[in-house]
Design a protein around this ligand. Sequence first.
Ligand SMILES: C[S@@+](CC[C@H](N)C(=O)[O-])C[C@H]1O[C@@H](n2cnc3c(N)ncnc32)[C@H](O)[C@@H]1O
Length: 215
Amino acid sequence: MNELNYDYVENFLYENIKRKSDFLESLEKEALENHVPIISPDVGQFLKFLIASKKPKKILEIGTAVGYSGLLMLSGSEQIEKFVTIELNETTANIAKENFKKAGEDSRVQVIIGDGLEQIKKLDEDFDLVFIDAAKAHYQEYFNEIKRLIKPGSLIVCDNVLYKAMVTTDDLLVRRKKTIVKRLRAFIDEVINLEDFESSLIPMGDGLLVAVRIK
Ligand SMILES: C[S@@+](CC[C@H](N)C(=O)[O-])C[C@H]1O[C@@H](n2cnc3c(N)ncnc32)[C@H](O)[C@@H]1O
């Protein structure tokens, strides 16, 4: 259970998603078997929905893992011209590169190996959609830096912002996670109140924060 929803709600949401390609199905299965953290099925479906609605041409992702969320976002989205994804772990990033290649997507994908924040700072191009799914303690820094790379109408989607519901109540908070939770709470408060963004917190997966730049 993800702590945010009742099991029966979560199961229902997970069952009611569009059928994926055999490759994505097997990648998802393999990731789960190997304990690679990947987006939950409802978050994946929501990203597909956002992409179908907004038709982004350029996407930036922080936190590639084995490329599952990237491949899901790319599948069936021919208008995506460029997908840049940043991963700290070199071994994982190389597995992702292989997976993008196997899926025939390597020509529009750029996998950058390195720390999310350091690598975002080096980027100098606009993105229509940014998906943040890496080190939770650094979401605020990622977001601040990403602002430079997006125009009005562009979206920033952040996964895991409610972190096993610990962000919502101290009753669930485990001591060693205190700092991350404190940072996530401050991050949410800051983003929700930004003048140039309109945002929404969604109790989906491990908690999503979706922000659109309005000016
Ligand atoms: C939750 S997983 C990403 C899952 C992926 N988006 C998916 O759904 O298929 C988080 C990833 O972020 C990576 N990561 C952690 N800290 C990072 C950092 N500082 N910079 C870039 N990547 C980082 C981890 O190695 C891990 O692979």
